[in-house]
Design a protein around this ligand. Structure first.
Ligand code: SF4
Length: 57
């Protein structure tokens, strides 16, 4: 199965909605809570959220 998200900017390789990395299932993503995340994806989302927290500080 494939999925194409209307928010994905292929040229920038980024999410237009969240103005950052496309990590399906991350907070604010249209897929949030709609599927089970792999451990790898959960880790990437965690790392991104930590990075965003540090950037705000
Ligand atoms: S993060 Fe979610 S909403 Fe954004 S482009 Fe990726 S799949 Fe779409």
């Amino acid at each position: 199965m494939t999925f194409h998200c209307k928010n994905y900017d292929i040229n920038a390789d980024a999410c237009k909605k969240l103005k950052g990395d496309c990590l399906p299932g991350r907070k604010g993503c249209v897929l949030e809570g709609r599927f089970a995340l792999s451990e790898e994806l959960e880790q990437k989302i965690h790392d991104l959220e930590e990075k965003m927290k540090r950037a705000k500080e």
